[in-house]
Design a protein around this ligand. Structure first.
Ligand SMILES: Nc1ncnc2c1ncn2[C@@H]1O[C@H](COP(=O)(O)OP(=O)(O)OP(=O)(O)O)[C@@H](O)[C@H]1O
Length: 189
């Protein structure tokens, strides 16, 4: 569903080493590497949000895409509940862990940081998309949250999604991903 050939992506200027990857439906790829090497920028380029300076990205025609960024959604003061958030992205609450099911009708700004993060992640992971891009999804999660996320990534892939996950959490990447691509500064220079 996705082919990336010698991609150099960036903003005002190039911000990644050259990246090659191919992703089929049902696959989970981990993207790792040191801080600032350009992992989030690669995701942004895959989503059409960053500039392509060299190489190319070939997406299957009609590919539907969901992107989770590291930005915290600005929910303070918004009378939006978790259930409404899921309705907005088209994600079903079925399968949510019990510690979130019980809180679905609470306002998002009255949840804990980890609870809010997991709901926002769920809203994206289970949106009707073919390609799911996640940026540091384990940030803010406790061990139970990471375990639940890992199981659901596998479920989502089995149901046909292609998934690219940026993470610095080596144990999570090992458990969740079929393949790992490590970006190194200076690759290809
Ligand atoms: N929106 C933006 N506009 C301009 N420059 C940006 C933007 N986002 C990131 N950059 C720059 O691009 C480079 C790569 O950043 P990026 O966030 O992709 O790295 P990363 O590998 O995801 O880092 P981290 O592990 O710290 O999240 C950095 O030099 C950063 O300053």
């Amino acid at each position: 569903m996705l082919q990336v050939e010698a991609l150099v992506a960036g903003w005002q200027q190039p911000a990644t080493p050259p990246v090659n990857l191919s992703l089929a439906a049902g696959e989970i790829i981990g993207l790792t590497g040191p801080n600032g090497v350009g992992k989030s920028t690669v995701l942004a380029a895959l989503a059409g949000r960053a500039q392509v300076f060299a190489g190319r990205i070939v997406r299957q025609p009609g590919l539907r895409l969901a992107l989770q960024t590291q930005d915290v959604p600005p929910v303070d003061g918004l009378p939006l509940s978790g259930r409404e958030l899921l309705l907005l992205t088209g994600a079903s609450p079925q399968g949510l862990p019990p510690w979130l099911i019980d809180r679905l009708d609470q306002r998002l700004d009255r949840l804990s940081g980890g609870q809010r993060h997991y709901l926002a992640l769920w809203a994206i992971l289970h949106a009707p998309a073919d390609l799911v891009l996640l940026d540091e999804p384990t940030n803010n999660l406790d061990a139970a949250g990471v375990q639940h996320l890992t199981a659901h990534l596998h479920d989502r892939a089995r149901a046909g999604a292609g998934i690219v996950v940026v993470s610095h959490d080596a144990a999570f990447v090992e458990a969740a991903c079929d393949r790992v691509l490590r970006l190194e500064a200076g690759d290809g220079e």
